[in-house]
Ligand binder design. Structure first.
Ligand code: UD1
Ligand code: CA
Length: 464
C-alpha cells in the first residue's frame, strides 16, 4: 500500500443524526455487516493517509471505540463538544492536524457507498487548490446544490437556504472535499453562521475559495456513491446497494446465487467457488463457506464456518463450525461452540450447543445435545436428550466412538457412555456405561391379550 504522509483525512462523525430517531449515533448504524463509519474507514484505508482524524461528539466514546475496531494506521480523534455544524467540525479537526499534513480530504461519516478509487481521484483533482465530489441526481432533495458561474463552481447552497430556482438544480454536493491544507485553514477561519440553521457550514468554504480566485474542481461521481444516509429509509437503500455489490463479487468468483433478491450477505463473508446459495439466506459477520457446498433455502448463518461440500438447509447456525461433507437440517439450530467434524450430521429438529460431533457422528432426528462430546461414527437415536442442566450448573456428556444411543435416551449429565456401548431405547441413563456394554433402564412391559378388542366391544354396546 502506498503511504502519503502529506495527506490527512478528516471524517465528520460528531452529529446525532436526529432524523434516525435513534438512541444510537447515526454513524454507528449498520448496513451489510458494518457500521456506516466502518464502511467509510475502509474506503479511506487504501489512500494510505498519514493521519485520519475522526471528529466525534455525540456518543463520542462509542463512536471512537467503533472506529478503533477498523485498526486503521494513523487514526486520531478530535472532540467537537457542541455540534455547531460541518464547518465547525472541520475546524476542530484541522486544529488537531500534525505538521506533515499538506493536503486534506474531508468526508462525512454517513456515506457508506463511497469507493476508494473515487476518493483517490478527488485528491488528485484538487491539485494544489480545492475539489469537491458532485453527482447529478433525479431527486436532489436534502442535498446542497452546486451553483455555477459559467463552468466554474461558485458556491454550494443548502436546501433550506436555496431559492426556488436553486432548488431545481440537480447537481448536488456529495459532502466530500479535498483541499490544500493552508487554503482550507484560512477559509474556515472566516466562516459565519448566517443561515437558516444558524450553523457553521463547511459548504460555505467553497464560496470563500472561489471568491479568492482559486478554481474549485467539481469531480463527478455516480449518484450511488455520494448517497448520504440521513434516515432509515436511506439506510435501507444503501444496504441494498452494498448487498448487490457483495453478490456481484461472489458471483464473479464462481458462487451460484439462485435468488439475489432474497440473499443477504455481509461484506466480510467468504464463499468458495461452486457453492450454491439457495433463496432466503442471511449470511452474517465473518461467516466462511467452503467450495462446492450448498446453503439454504432458509438459512441464517452468523459467524459460521461451513466446510467444502457441506450441506446446510433450513437452519440457524451461530458461531459454530460445520465440517467438510457434514450435513445440517432441515429445521436445525447449531448454537455457539458447536463443531461438526467431517461428514457428521445434525438432522431434522435438532438443537446442538457447545458440543463436538467427531467425524461421521450422527444426530439425525429430534434431539437436544448440549455440552457434549460425541465420538467418531457414534449414532444418537431420535429424541435423545442430554440433560445437561440441573437447575444450577451445566454438566458434560461424553459418548465414545461407535456408541449406539437408543432412541429417546435421556443422558443425565455428567455422564460417560463408553466406546461401542449401546443404550436401550427409552432409557434414562444416570450412571456411566463402560465400553461395549448395554445399558437399559426400562420397566417391564405388560401385555394383556384381547384387552383392546373387549374395550371396543364394551363401548359399542354402551352407545347403542
Ligand atoms: C451535508 C452538506 C450538504 C451535502 C450533504 C451530502 C453541509 C452544511 N451540508 O448535508 O451540502 O449535500 O452533506 O451528504 O455540510 N457533523 C459533525 N458535526 C456537526 C454537524 C455534522 O460532525 O456539527 C457530521 C455528521 O455526523 C455527518 C456529517 O457531518 O456525518 C454531515 O452532516 P449532516 O447533518 O448529515 O449533513 P447533511 O444535512 O447531510
Ligand atoms: Ca448527511
Amino acid at each position: 500500500m502506498t503511504t502519503r504522509p502529506d495527506l490527512a483525512v478528516v471524517i465528520l462523525a460528531a452529529g446525532k443524526g436526529t432524523r434516525f430517531k435513534s438512541d444510537l449515533a447515526k454513524v454507528l448504524h449498520r448496513a451489510a455487516g458494518r457500521s456506516m463509519l466502518h464502511h467509510v474507514l475502509e474506503a479511506v484505508r487504501p489512500l494510505g493517509a498519514g493521519q485520519v482524524v475522526v471528529v466525534v461528539g455525540h456518543q463520542a466514546e462509542e463512536v471512537e471505540a467503533e472506529a478503533r475496531t477498523a485498526d486503521l494506521p494513523g487514526i486520531t480523534f478530535a472532540l467537537q463538544k457542541e455540534q455547531l455544524g460541518t464547518g465547525h467540525a472541520t475546524r476542530v479537526a484541522v486544529d488537531s492536524l500534525g505538521d506533515a499534513a499538506q493536503h486534506v480530504l474531508v468526508l462525512p461519516g454517513d456515506t457508506p457507498l463511497l469507493g476508494s478509487a473515487t476518493l483517490t481521484s478527488l485528491v488528485e483533482s484538487a491539485l494544489d487548490g480545492a475539489a469537491l465530489l458532485t453527482a447529478t441526481v433525479d431527486d436532489p432533495t436534502g442535498y446542497g446544490r452546486i451553483v455555477r458561474d459559467g463552468d466554474d463552481v461558485a458556491r454550494v447552497v443548502e436546501q433550506d437556504d436555496a431559492t426556488d430556482e436553486e432548488l431545481t438544480i440537480t447537481e448536488v454536493n456529495g459532502g466530500v472535499y479535498a483541499f490544500r491544507r493552508s487554503l482550507l485553514a484560512e477559509s474556515l477561519a472566516g466562516l459565519g453562521t448566517d443561515n437558516v440553521q444558524s450553523e457553521m457550514y463547511l459548504t460555505d468554504v467553497i464560496e470563500v475559495v472561489a471568491t479568492r480566485g482559486v478554481r474549485v474542481t467539481a469531480h463527478a461521481a455516480a449518484p450511488d456513491e455520494v448517497a448520504g444516509v440521513n434516515d432509515r429509509r436511506q439506510l435501507a437503500d444503501a444496504a441494498a446497494v452494498l448487498r448487490g455489490r457483495v453478490l456481484d463479487r461472489l458471483m464473479s468468483e464462481g458462487v451460484t446465487v439462485l435468488d439475489p433478491d432474497t440473499t443477504y450477505v455481509d461484506v466480510d463473508v467468504k464463499v468458495g467457488a461452486d457453492t450454491v446459495l439457495y433463496p432466503n439466506c442471511i449470511l452474517e459477520d465473518a461467516t466462511e463457506i467452503g467450495e462446492r457446498a450448498t446453503v439454504g433455502p432458509n438459512c441464517h448463518l452468523v459467524a459460521a464456518e461451513v466446510g467444502d461440500e457441506a450441506h446446510v438447509t433450513n437452519a440457524v447456525v451461530k458461531h459454530a463450525v460445520v465440517g467438510p461433507e457434514a450435513t445440517v437440517g432441515p429445521f436445525t439450530y447449531l448454537r455457539p461452540g458447536t463443531v461438526l467434524d467431517r461428514g457428521a450430521k445434525a438432522g431434522g429438529f435438532v438443537e446442538i450447543k457447545k458440543s463436538r460431533l467427531a467425524e461421521g457422528a450422527k444426530v439425525p432426528h429430534l434431539s437436544y445435545i448440549g455440552d457434549a462430546t460425541i465420538g467418531r461414527d457414534a449414532n444418537i437415536g431420535a429424541g435423545t436428550i442430554t440433560c445437561n442442566f440441573d437447575g444450577f450448573d451445566k454438566h458434560e456428556t461424553t459418548v465414545g466412538d461407535g456408541a449406539f444411543v437408543g432412541s429417546d435416551t435421556m443422558l443425565v449429565a455428567p455422564i460417560e457412555i463408553g466406546a461401542g456401548a449401546v443404550t436401550g431405547a427409552g432409557s434414562v441413563i444416570t450412571s456411566d456405561v463402560p465400553a461395549d456394554a448395554l445399558a437399559l433402564e426400562r420397566s417391564e412391559q405388560q401385555t394383556v391379550t384381547g384387552w383392546a378388542a373387549k374395550r371396543r366391544e364394551a363401548r359399542s354396546q354402551g352407545d347403542a
